[in-house]
Design a protein around this ligand. Structure first.
Ligand SMILES: Cc1cc2nc3c(=O)[nH]c(=O)nc-3n(C[C@H](O)[C@H](O)[C@H](O)COP(=O)(O)OP(=O)(O)OC[C@H]3O[C@@H](n4cnc5c(N)ncnc54)[C@H](O)[C@@H]3O)c2cc1C
Length: 424
């Protein structure tokens, strides 16, 4: 017999929203989502939803795929890595092309629009804003306590509460992996009008008919641009690494980057790219940049009735553009397993299986991203400013992420759950 299972999702970012979207299809699951902010909104700018995450959306269902389309996502025909400095400055380091391989690569989407589409049509009774989780009390039942003094009872708590996750700390306690660490790298992202960037960079680099993501590899400075919002916007982002971070405040999450600092970072770039950066970023005295933090590998993503997904489980540096994609994969697997559970006791098994299936893959991606970041900023000792020295193809570093057979991954999870349930 199937009894109702009460699920509380903490956090309304892409991890929480995609999980809610997937879970509401199972009528025996009574799902609620709690967000600490006073509304459900995405603060970030744009992200790439790569082939693996697109497959996960397809398996979640047609409405999930539509969310991406209706948010104005622009499929990239290709991704090109260019050498910006050193011997081969101005030439191609490596590329991948969806037409050549006959497969989609990545689609760039405005985060707020995507979140809005994922949550569209979901009953407002299930969505609770201004609810910041403070603690979880387990005394036979599971009670969530929020900072406004209210409570909520449930059977299962999913922490989709991001890199500062409260649920992660409840699961991991004093383990060193409970808190994230600063990589020292920082990213400054802007969204610019398409016409303005095209006028600066030229039609060859910025074209909606031939939409490609470009990454420019320089000496401790990386430039990336791609197209989104049905071709109306360009994400124009730069990254660098603070040397001597150890001696600086390791607790910083943000820093300002002044126009003079940007000019200095890009002075060795090919002149047409350098001038575009000056034009597009140095027209204001300073920008806000985010430090790139990541989680050390956690020994588990679940404990009893609690688990973590998305950045709460595996916050990563962004070099593989995979944090959001991993969150969507988590949502597919977790929703499949919880959908299979018929009772609260079986839902506990679902969380254990989710941990076993998802932890190895997601932690491998976090580790790979760290190495890729060093290569993209010319900081790798072996390859320096030229990833062509990389054995084999550099872009093949993404293969294990985007070429996963998501259907098999899901079926492996279900099979493991059936085996575990037989032993229950
Ligand atoms: C520079 C940069 C570029 C990136 N580019 C890409 C990319 O191209 N592709 C990609 O796939 N990924 C990318 N990522 C990663 C991606 O942004 C994240 O992995 C993703 O947004 C994580 O989503 P989330 O829902 O897990 O966390 P979040 O978006 O952080 O959402 C967590 C939510 O939980 C809420 N919350 C927190 N604590 C509580 C609490 N106690 N109670 C209630 N609510 C709470 C927060 O308010 C927030 O709304 C990038 C990241 C960075 C930094």
């Amino acid at each position: 017999m199937t009894s109702s299972i009460r699920i509380a999702i903490i956090g309304g970012g892409v991890a929480g929203a995609s999980l809610l979207h997937a879970l509401v299809k199972s009528p025996h699951l009574d799902v609620h989502i709690f967000e600490s902010a006073n509304e459900f909104k995405e603060a970030g700018m744009a992200f790439g939803i790569a082939r693996n995450a697109q497959s996960a959306l397809q398996l979640i269902g047609p409405s999930a795929v539509r969310s991406l389309e209706q948010a104005g996502a622009v499929p990239m025909r290709g991704v090109r890595f260019m050498l910006a400095q050193g011997e081969g400055a101005g030439t191609l380091a490596d590329e991948t092309d969806s037409d050549v391989h006959g497969k989609s690569l990545t689609s760039i989407v405005h985060r707020a629009n995507f979140l809005q589409e994922l949550l569209a049509g979901i009953s407002h009774d299930r969505m609770h804003a201004s609810k910041k989780l403070e603690k979880v009390v387990q005394d036979g039942s599971v009670t969530l306590h929020f900072t406004d003094g209210t409570t909520h009872e449930c059977d299962i708590v999913v922490g989709a509460d991001g890199i500062h996750s409260t649920v992660r700390k409840l699961i991991l306690g004093s383990d060193v992996s409970a808190t994230p660490r600063n990589s020292g790298g920082w990213f400054l992202m802007t969204l610019q009008p398409f016409e303005k960037v095209q006028a600066s960079l030229g039609k060859e680099l910025i074209s909606i008919e031939d939409a490609r993501e470009y990454g420019w590899i320089g000496e401790n400075v990386f430039l990336m641009h791609n197209i989104l919002s049905d071709g109306k916007l360009v994400q124009f982002a730069i990254a660098s690494n603070d040397t001597g971070i150890e001696s600086q405040s390791l607790d910083s999450w943000q820093r300002t980057v002044g126009a003079d600092e940007i000019r200095k970072l890009f002075q060795g770039y090919p002149p047409h790219i350098r001038d575009a950066v000056y034009e597009l970023l140095c027209d204001q005295p300073e920008h806000k940049a985010l430090y790139l933090w990541e989680h050390p590998n956690a020994p588990t993503y679940s404990s009893g009735p609690m688990c973590v997904t998305g950045d709460a489980a595996h916050a990563t540096t962004p070099w593989h553009g995979s944090g959001g994609g991993m969150s969507i994969e988590d949502s597919l697997i977790l929703s499949t397993l919880l959908g299979r559970a018929k009772t609260p006791a079986e839902a506990l098994v679902a969380l254990k299986v989710y941990d076993r299936i998802r932890r190895p893959r997601t932690q491998r991606i976090v580790e790979a991203s760290r190495v890729t970041g060093d290569i993209l900023m010319g900081r790798n000792e072996e390859y320096g400013l030229d990833p062509r020295k990389f054995p084999g193809s550099f872009v093949a570093r993404w293969d294990f992420i985007i070429d996963i057979d998501m259907e098999k991954h899901r079926d492996d999870a279900l099979q493991l759950m059936e085996a575990e349930l037989k032993g229950v």
